[in-house]
Design a protein around this ligand. Structure first.
Ligand code: GTP
Ligand code: MG
Length: 201
């Protein structure tokens, strides 16, 4: 897919104030520092579009970016960031929960996982809850430039085996490096395919 236009629209803590134009949206979620904002910049080819930081906890709001005047990419705050303290974590969790519960325009949620780590409880629990609430999602393994191909292969197969303990089929899985612009076409084609299927109705 060709990204002709990518523009920041609005930041919110309140899901009710998010754009109400009914355009489909694709949101990025995962632990703090996993690379959500970087991935949005890589996909759109606009380096400073979403704010990134090497310090976790950078994104604290629901951020809407309008793509080609047709659909949204949404950058969400990360979950489970310990340094925020209990109150801070709870506040962020409420923003995320309400967004996931109430946002009808949410078409697919991309759950980002750092490919260097073995399956983490917090991510597995989050994925389990998505299944329970029937939210369509895909998995994205990020930062693939940071490990060798063989280690990547090993980590992915461990992850898949873990998921297959509770899931009958695996969700769509993408492998990305925002540093090396890897996985860009795959993610964008997936979004395009869904957008086209929505157009048929
Ligand atoms: P929060 O907003 O804090 O939840 O984090 P985030 O998930 O949006 O992460 P962000 O995109 O800000 O990236 C965190 C750090 O990881 C930054 O220092 C990025 O440069 C780095 N990073 C993100 N993606 C990649 C990648 O694919 N490869 C490498 N090497 N570094 C990456
Ligand atoms: Mg961020």
């Amino acid at each position: 897919m060709n990204i002709k236009k990518a523009e920041f629209v609005i930041s919110n803590t309140d899901v009710k104030k998010c754009p109400q134009d009914g355009k489909p949206e694709y949101a990025f979620i995962g632990r703090s520092n996993v690379g959500k904002s970087s991935l949005i910049n890589m996909l759109t080819g606009k380096k400073g579009l979403a704010m990134t930081s090497s310090t976790p906890g950078k994104t604290q709001l629901i951020n809407h970016f309008l793509i080609n005047d047709e659909w949204y990419l949404v950058d969400l705050p990360g979950y489970g960031y310990a340094q925020r303290g209990k109150d801070g974590r709870q506040k962020i969790q409420e923003i995320i929960d309400r967004y996931l519960d109430e946002r009808e325009a949410l078409t697919c949620l991309f759950v980002l996982l750092d490919c260097r780590h073995e399956p983490q409880k917090i991510d597995l629990e989050f994925i389990r809850l998505l299944g329970e609430s029937g939210i369509p999602f895909a998995l994205v393994f990020t930062k693939t430039d940071k490990i060798s191909q063989s280690k990547l292969k090993e980590n992915i197969s461990v992850y898949k085996a873990k998921l297959l303990e509770t899931w009958e089929i695996l969700p769509p899985i993408f492998y990305t490096s925002s540093e090396h612009k890897k996985g860009r076409e795959e993610v964008l084609e997936y979004i395009e395919k869904i957008n086209k299927s929505l157009d048929e109705y």
